[in-house]
Design a protein. Structure first.
Length: 61
């Protein structure tokens, strides 16, 4: 089973925070790091994003 790779515009649409906030969260270790796809391309595993969103839901309540 292969995990779908999401590019940045799709990730930003799913998580509801901006580009700068996302990269600051990555730097702090609070958001999944991207996977290198090529020299100038990165993406995120769908499962990592879904797990992050789930963890955020449980913290809010």
């Amino acid at each position: 089973m292969t995990d779908e790779i999401l590019r940045k515009p799709r990730v930003l649409a799913l998580i509801g925070i901006g580009n700068t906030s996302m990269y600051e969260a990555i730097k702090r270790g609070d958001f999944p790091a991207p996977v290198k796809l090529g020299v100038r391309a990165v993406g995120w595993r769908r499962s990592d994003i879904e797990n992050w969103l789930t963890s955020r839901e449980t913290k809010v309540t």
